[in-house]
Each structure stands twice: as C-alpha cells, then as structure tokens.
Design a protein around this ligand. Structure first.
Ligand SMILES: *Cc1c(COP(=O)(O)O)cnc(C)c1O
Length: 395
C-alpha cells in the first residue's frame, strides 16, 4: 500500500515472488510467444475447469475474439447488461453487430432473467432474436446462469459470460468458467481486477473449434498447426487463413499472471473477510449493502453500496466528501446505453430504469486484498461523516 494516505477503490497486490517471476521472464529467451503464455493458459483452464484457454492482451480483445468465434457479424444482434463496463457492448460493435440491453435485477444488479425472457418473447414475434447474449457477473457475483442457459436452449442464442470481475468465483458449487451454462467465458487481468497481468485477458471454452478460431484470430489470422496447413514445406512456414489481429499476451504478462494465480484463493478469502468487516461496520447505516445470493460464491471485485431512494440527490455530495478525505470511491457503472456513443445509436435515458436508478444511488467503497482494518475503519468513519453532512442520516 502506498503511504500517501489515499485509499483507492481497488488496487493490485504485487509480491516479491511476482516481481521475481517477471524478472525471470525478462532474462529468458522469450519476451512474447513463449512457454509462459501456454503455461498460464493451461493453469487458468485447470483452475476454472475448462478444456481450453486462449490468452489475449486484454479482456476487451478476448470478448472481441469470442464474438468473432461465435460468428457475430453485421446485421446480428448481441444483448448485454447496461450495468457494465463499455467493453461488454463494444465487442459486438467491433463485429458490426447491433447491440441491445436487458435491464438488471434489482437485488443483484446482474442481467435479469425475467426481463430477458420477456424481451426474447417479444423479439421472437418480431423476428429480432439475438445471436449472442453476454451476461456480466457484476462485482464478482455470477448471474443466474441456469435460467439464462435455459432460455438459450429455448430461443437458440449463444452465451459469452463476461467474468471480468469473477475469476475464482463459484456458482452452484462449481467454478465460474467451467462452461456448464455458456459457450465462452472471459476473464480480465487489469490491475483493479482480482488478479493482474498488467493488462491481459483470457477466454475459456470447452469447444475445440471455438478455441482454435480465437487462437487464430489473436495472431493475425495465421496458423502453424500441421493439420490446418494446405502444404508444409518446412518449419518456417505458416499460413494466413483469415483476417485477424495482434491480440497476443506477452511472456512478461503471463509470468505475472501465473504468479498472481497462485495467490487467487488467498486474495478472495481476504476480500470475503473485508466484506464481513464492512457488514459489521456499516450495519446501522441507512444504506443497502451488496446482496449475496445463496448459490453464489462471489469473487467480490467491488463493494457497491446503495443510498436510499429518498437520498438520490445526495450521491454527488457523499462522493465528493469521501474523495476530498482521501477515500477513492468510484461509481460502477454509468449505464452503457446512456453513453453519447450509444445514444447516437438510438438509446435514450429512461430505457433501462433499474440500471439507471441503481447508477444514481451507488458508490463503490474501497475493496482490495491489501486493504487494512485501520483503513476500513477510516472508510466507515468518513462515510458516516459524509452521510450526515449530506443529510442521508442524522447525527
Ligand atoms: C474490466 C472489464 C472489462 C475489460 O477488461 P480489460 O482487460 O481492461 O479489457 C470488460 N468487462 C468488464 C465487466 C470489466 O469490468
């Protein structure tokens, strides 16, 4: 933890072992395309119980690769949650598809399966069914994947889980990413997420064809696999079969990611201990704490609190007071459809009222593995002060 006194909402934890692992990669023969990337892929696949893993230079790239592998193209429809980072929607736009949103559940703030069912029913009658639905495991808690999967069978769409917040999370006693209820699952290793590789992401799947499609498209559309080549004149030879991208992960990123992966369970246990401390510290505050579903083991990427409906206008004041006091609170998320880019595509404020009401009242408190008890006490004390000053609670 830096000694500036500022407490960010999220922060990486880098150990001496993490540093040594990166230094070792730097001194090795490969800075990119070496053994560590494959080792990291295998380790993630093993950890989450998936057959294949494809590393990428970000989760955004991995989401794009996932959409491409599922054949998303111009004229297709892709649906996601409005309560997410823009990347969950942008990945479909990269493929030329039309994006639409499904409002969130008022308890979990995850994509709501009941709203999804209603929207699908209507879309079927209008012949506008989606090709892919991208549920986002908000704050690290899995969506109701069983219900969403059931609907995918009924209406024939594919599923990409945006599990950027949820590496190490569980759902119905099984790891998020094992592919039981989806085609592809994507993780992010950005520094604010659960584990980091600097920048980086990973797509996991149980389908051989999807994995090799993603792998090919992450390296300019090329392959060296003997069974895929039209001729094989020698070891220098590769073929470009399609137009791909340079979405590769480096050895340095993989070295850091691998080292961090060995600390994943510990990180999540620390987050759960902090979650319980916040529950105790904030139990008498007039705010809603994050709901934890019984069939879910959240990775607890975020700790979003909710101000009461009557105090909606106080959010800016609470935010400003906390920021000025050195508490790096943040707001997750500005509903994607209200971004000017999406409004220019025809969306408007008011389209997804549950996500918009949530956005108006939410604040994420600091939550990261190295957050100390003293820092949590300080967050609680300053939050109380901010709530009183903003007239959300009385002194
Ligand atoms: C962070 C994040 C992404 C993008 O991850 P990058 O690795 O930064 O590209 C996508 N979706 C969600 C929900 C995220 O939080």
């Amino acid at each position: 933890m830096s000694n500036t006194g500022f407490i960010p909402y999220g922060r990486q934890s880098i150990s001496d072992d993490d540093i040594a692992a990166v230094v070792q990669a730097l001194k090795s023969d490969f800075l990119t395309q070496g053994p560590r990337v494959t080792e990291f892929e295998d380790a993630i696949a093993d950890k989450v119980g998936a057959r294949y893993a494809v590393a990428a230079n970000s989760a955004t790239s991995a989401l794009h690769l996932a959409c491409l592998a599922l054949g998303v193209t111009a004229g297709d429809r892709v649906w996601t949650s409005p309560n997410t980072f823009i990347a969950s929607a942008n990945c479909a736009r990269y493929c030329g598809a039309d994006v639409d949103f499904v409002d969130v559940d008022p308890q979990t703030y995850n994509l709501c399966p009941r709203q999804l069912a209603n929207k699908l029913k209507q879309a079927k009658s209008q012949n506008t069914l989606p090709k892919v639905v991208i549920p986002v495991h908000f704050a690290g808690q899995s969506c109701d994947m069983q219900a969403i999967h059931q609907l995918s069978k009924e209406y024939g769409f594919a599923i990409i889980e945006d599990a950027s917040h949820a590496i190490g999370a569980g759902y119905q006693g099984q790891p998020v990413g094992n592919g039981r209820f989806s085609d592809i699952c994507v993780f992010s290793f950005h520094p604010v997420k659960i584990i980091t590789s600097g920048e980086g992401g990973m797509a996991v799947t149980n389908h051989d064809a999807l994995a090799s499609h993603m792998r090919t498209h992450a390296q300019q559309g090329t392959t060296k696999s003997p069974e895929e080549l039209s001729q094989n004149p020698g070891d220098w030879y590769y073929e470009q079969h399609t137009l791909g991208f340079n979405y590769r992960m480096t050895e340095l990123q993989a070295a850091l990611g691998l080292s961090q992966l060995s600390r994943l369970d510990e990180f999540i246990e620390q987050r759960h201990a902090q979650f319980m401390r916040y529950q105790a510290l904030l139990k008498d505050f007039p705010i809603t704490l994050p709901f934890q579903a019984e069939d879910s083991y959240s990775a607890l990427h975020l700790f979003p609190i909710l101000l009461p409906k009557s105090s909606k206008d106080a959010r800016k004041s609470v935010f400003d007071i906390l920021r000025q006091a050195g508490i790096g609170t943040q707001v997750h998320y500005i509903p994607v459809h209200t971004q000017p880019y999406y409004q220019a595509l025809g969306f408007a404020k008011g389209d997804y009222p549950v996500a918009e009401d949530y956005y108006a009242r939410t604040l994420s408190l600091p939550l990261f593995s190295e957050l100390s008890e003293a820092q949590q006490n300080r967050v609680a004390l300053l939050l109380k002060h901010a709530l009183i000053t903003s007239r959300v609670m009385s002194a």
